[in-house]
Design a binder for this molecule. Structure first.
Ligand code: NIG
Ligand code: FE
Length: 447
């Protein structure tokens, strides 16, 4: 497998505290290494350090193909100047030796962990641009849904698409996310609401490289008389197969969708089938999502635009992660979730896009970071931890992704700025320069 050396980076940045999920002061603690390198081998990060620590020994180990034995703890001293003198010459020597080492010039760039989008609805067909126009003219999101539009219009398009088209659409959306620095994404079903399309959605998410979540309980489709009858069908006919493909289950606990009793019944059955539990909660109303998430030991409760002080306190005292979706609040013109209050109270929070055709047609985690800082008053450090290590925890991958550290998967984003805080500072800007997944470049600006 190709080895990769990213050298002369202005900065390498990673969440500093060891645990996951991070909360309190740990959420804000990042390690910044200036004038730095990252060395990757076999799809993993082997070493991170200052250029001055990248040793002559390391360079010759590279050339003799022993890179896998390197680690940041085994570096020897070599001056930055000497390193620069050596590197151009050495690298051409290396390729002459067939050592298969790829080099990226990181001058002027900052490296952050590949971003993790832990909440999307990226598997869908069609679009809702007409609804967008209607909303611009004053129509309400819930009102359109109640009239059979909204989510149900995407259900009609998704049912008509078939597995091939759904896989193509999800892969296309994954490409959009990748161009904004997302290297791992979750995506939910919930636009099928029948046996075949729910399972096709989950299969399409997997085929497109995503982490599938079963959102059978998104809304009640028109062929069922009520929510309870629909849940009977879901749990008897879809759950057994959905649990084979999905990693988690999710429910939309909200007026006009499912109430707390129905959500409890659905999630309990899903937990018994081995799925991790998540909830869409407190998007428009506080309908008991936080107490239910805590009661059932859910991994996360997502949205929280309507969460009040009691909910903030309860969530902060629990292990449930609060997933903040500021692009969704912005897109619907809703109040932002109480992100600052949650962090101050000690809650573990993650940041995600909620990318979907109706309530958040945005695939950009950097934009979510900007909104987290400008609208919710999170520090850039908190925003970074929230969409890397904490999002990785939500997806059960905290030991593998979300940090630029030896042993982690070599998923790295190079930002087109010498200071990593441009991730949030550059509002809706072209901040991503290069995306590296598993030690290979998968996206580069202008390529
Ligand atoms: O997270 N609120 C429920 N579900 C999605 C939106 C789905 C849609 O509008 O298509 C959300 O906002
Ligand atoms: Fe959502």
């Amino acid at each position: 497998m190709t080895r990769l050396l990213i050298r002369d980076l202005a900065q390498v940045v990673t969440p500093a505290a060891g645990a996951a999920p991070l909360r309190g002061a740990d959420l804000r603690a990042v390690r910044v290494t200036e004038d730095a390198f990252v060395l990757c081998d076999g799809g993993r990060i082997e070493a991170v350090g200052r250029m001055s620590e990248l040793s002559a020994g390391q360079m010759s180990e590279l050339s003799s193909g022993r890179m896998s034995e390197l680690s940041s703890g085994r570096t020897r001293e070599l001056s930055a100047g000497r390193m620069r003198e050596l590197s151009a010459e050495r690298m051409s020597e290396l390729s002459a030796l067939g050592a298969d080492v790829e080099e990226i010039d990181g001058r002027g760039l900052a490296a952050v962990p590949g971003l993790v989008d832990c909440h999307t609805h990226a598997c869908f067909a069609g679009n809702r641009v007409n609804e967008f126009s209607l909303r611009a003219g004053g129509a309400g999101y819930e009102e359109l849904h109640a009239a059979g539009g909204g989510i149900l219009s995407t259900v009609r398009a998704t049912r008509a698409a078939g597995l091939g088209a759904l896989t193509d659409a999800t892969s296309r959306h994954r490409g959009w996310m990748r161009a904004h620095g997302t290297t791992t994404f979750e995506a939910k079903s919930g636009y099928g609401l029948d046996h075949d399309t729910e399972l096709a959605q989950l299969a399409a998410v997997r085929a497109a490289g995503g982490v599938p979540t079963w959102l059978g309980a998104h809304t009640v489709p028109p062929e069922f008389p009520d929510a309870d009858t629909y849940l009977d069908f879901l749990l008897a006919d879809v759950l057994p197969e959905a649990a084979q493909i999905a990693e988690a289950a999710d429910v939309f606990l909200e007026r006009g969708a499912f109430d707390a009793g129905q959500a409890r019944r659905y999630l309990t059955a899903c937990r018994d089938a081995g799925l991790v539990l998540r909830l869409h909660g407190d998007q428009f109303t506080e309908s008991g999502a936080i107490p239910l998430a805590i009661e059932l030991g859910a991994r996360s409760v997502d949205h929280l635009e309507a969460t009040g002080p009691d909910g903030v306190r309860a969530l902060a005292g629990s292990d449930v992660v609060g997933v903040l979706l500021p692009t969704s609040a912005l897109f619907l013109g809703r109040p932002l979730p109480p992100g600052r209050a949650l962090v101050d109270a000690g809650a573990a929070v993650a940041l995600a896009t909620d990318f979907n055709p109706g309530s958040a047609f945005s695939e950009s985690l950097p934009l979510a970071c900007s909104l987290a800082c400008t609208q919710m008053k999170l520090a850039p450090e908190e925003a970074l931890s929230a969409c890397t290590v904490n999002a990785a925890h939500v997806l059960g991958r905290a030991g593998r992704i979300g940090r630029v550290e030896p042993g982690y998967e070599a998923d790295i984003v190079l930002l087109d700025a010498p200071d990593w805080r441009h991730l949030a500072y550059h509002l809706a800007g072209d901040v991503v320069h290069t995306v590296i997944e598993g030690g290979s470049v998968t996206w580069a600006r202008g390529a």
